[in-house]
Design a protein around this ligand. Structure first.
Ligand SMILES: *Cc1c(COP(=O)(O)O)cnc(C)c1O
Length: 482
């Protein structure tokens, strides 16, 4: 196995150099900048001394200790780790996009504003909404922004008693968190045995304190909430608003829209559905869209089109105000815009069709070897349970680690919370049939190992550069620097 030192200082030897600069042609002078005494260095800085080749290998090796969608299959459910086309990077690096400043006069950034305005309009069509703000930095931030608009709407109507936000028990954890941070009381709605919102429970829960229902459709089990029209009637009938968590929009692109289903507010995760790089804490974008009755509350400044060109308009007195410094994560917006324009409406429809086909193909390949709590046609993702393997002492966590040995990133595990030993698998539309077949073979091989040689799985991973970590210790003894 390759021997690597992960810390560059350990490679350092006095006198080694990794650069050769041309001889300085600036004449030497005695000039010395005056620094405060305590900042004036007495000893040279202890920088690593290392050759160019060693440095090259160091960073290349580090990059290979990581796993990304460009190394291999990354079926992390709900996260939509699809391939990010490189054309997106080309446009995001264009000088007029990459090297502009937020304080530049608007006349000098008309192209950037035009892109934002057109992206707003495209997203409004894709979601069936009437107005869009690109400001929020991620999905969770979009949720909070949307809920602040829910609040503003009920306050404007004098409905101050509307304090309850309903969230199904299959929801992503950000939903109840955002509702709580926006000042609402969170009320959980149970799912039926089929994995859908329990209509009876919802009917019994709504009252004149209902502010909103947050719903993901298809939900995090990958199942389409087929009663969505009735759900919308129940919520609207009680005077509440319907909030769409757009993380799974991938599954319905160009097929239907949240607006058609009766939603009032939507957030999107451009970094999931619209192919911009994410994971590892990279930047995201969580635009929000609203129907006409909520448009006045959208954040400011807004990108608007006038006779004189594009402007940033903050003259919207009912707005909830700015929710982020400046105008959004612009680089992510350029990538998403590029993706939407290269695909077009027909391409986006193919995205959702292929995402759903791939998920169902993989689900069928795996259904005999794993428990399938919801054995029905799914949308773009599906959830298995590792309960059968757990009886033999192998947990879902172990199988997730073992997958790394086979060269795959693990699916999302232990989520949604309502499925025991959950494995949530989202293949995305960008993978080939061969990849799906090979991945299914690997998971089936792991199921066999779990039955025959369980310690192979419980001790995994065996072939990664870092073996299994002591996760309890890692959480308790946090060490974030060398
Ligand atoms: C990813 C996700 C979110 C949160 O979005 P971020 O962009 O990670 O903040 C919310 N809901 C669901 C269903 C998700 O998958």
């Amino acid at each position: 196995m390759r021997k690597t030192k992960n810390v560059i200082f350990e490679l350092s030897r006095p006198g080694r150099v990794g650069y050769s600069l041309p001889k300085s042609d600036v004449p030497k002078t005695d000039f010395k900048a005056k620094l405060p005494e305590h900042l004036d260095r007495k000893q040279p800085a202890e920088l690593p001394e290392i050759s160019e080749l060693q440095l090259m290998r160091h960073y290349t090796n580090l990059s290979q200790d990581n796993f990304g969608v460009e190394n291999g299959f990354y079926p992390l459910g709900s996260c939509t780790m699809k391939y990010n086309p490189k054309i997106n990077e080309v446009t995001a690096c264009l000088d007029g996009f990459a090297n502009i400043h937020p304080y530049q006069p608007v006349e000098t950034v008309q192209g950037a504003l035009q892109l934002m305005h057109e992206l707003q309009e495209d997203l409004a069509v894709i979601t069936g909404m009437d107005g869009v703000s690109l400001q929020p930095a991620a999905g969770a931030h979009g949720e909070w922004t949307g809920l602040m608009m829910v609040r503003a709407y009920h306050e404007k109507n004098g409905d101050l008693q509307r304090t309850k936000v309903f969230v199904p028990d299959s929801a992503h954890g950000t939903n109840p968190s955002s509702a709580h941070i926006a000042g609402f009381d969170v009320v959980s709605i149970p799912s039926t045995a089929e994995g859908l919102v329990d209509l009876e429970a919802l009917r019994n829960a709504v009252d004149d304190q209902t502010a909103a229902l947050m719903l993901t459709n298809p939900n995090t089990l990958g199942l389409f909430e087929r009663d969505i029209v009735q759900i919308a009637e129940i919520i609207h009938g009680a005077g509440g608003l319907l909030y769409y968590d757009g993380a799974n929009l991938n599954a319905i692109l160009s097929k239907t829209t949240p607006g058609t289903m009766g939603f009032d507010i939507v957030h999107l995760n451009l970094h999931k559905t619209f192919s911009t790089p994410h994971g590892g804490g990279g930047p995201g974008a969580g635009p929000v869209g609203v129907r006409a009755h909520l448009r006045e509350f959208l954040p400011i400044p807004r990108v608007e089109k006038t006779e004189e060109g594009y402007v940033l308009n903050s003259d919207h007195p009912a707005s909830i105000g700015p929710v982020k410094g400046y105008y959004g994560n612009f680089g992510v917006l350029v990538r998403a815009y590029t993706y939407i324009r290269t695909m077009g409406p027909v391409g986006l429809r193919k995205v959702s069709e292929s995402a759903v086909l791939h998920a169902n193909y993989l689900r069928k390949l795996l259904e005999n070897d794993f428990d399938t709590p919801y054995p029905v046609i799914c949308k773009h993702e599906f959830v298995l349970s590792g309960n059968r393997q757990k009886k033999g002492g192998v947990r879902t966590l172990d199988m997730a680690k073992r997958l790394l040995d086979y060269g795959y990133y693990a699916p999302t595990v232990y989520f949604p919370l309502i499925v025991e030993e959950a494995l949530m698998i989202e293949p995305t539309e960008t993978e080939s049939k061969e990849t799906l077949d090979d991945f299914a073979d690997a998971l089936i091989a792991i199921a066999r190992e779990a039955a025959e040689t369980p310690e192979t799985v419980t001790q995994a991973p065996h072939h990664t550069s870092v073996r299994r970590l002591d996760e309890v210790r890692a959480a308790r003894v946090i060490k974030v620097k060398y």
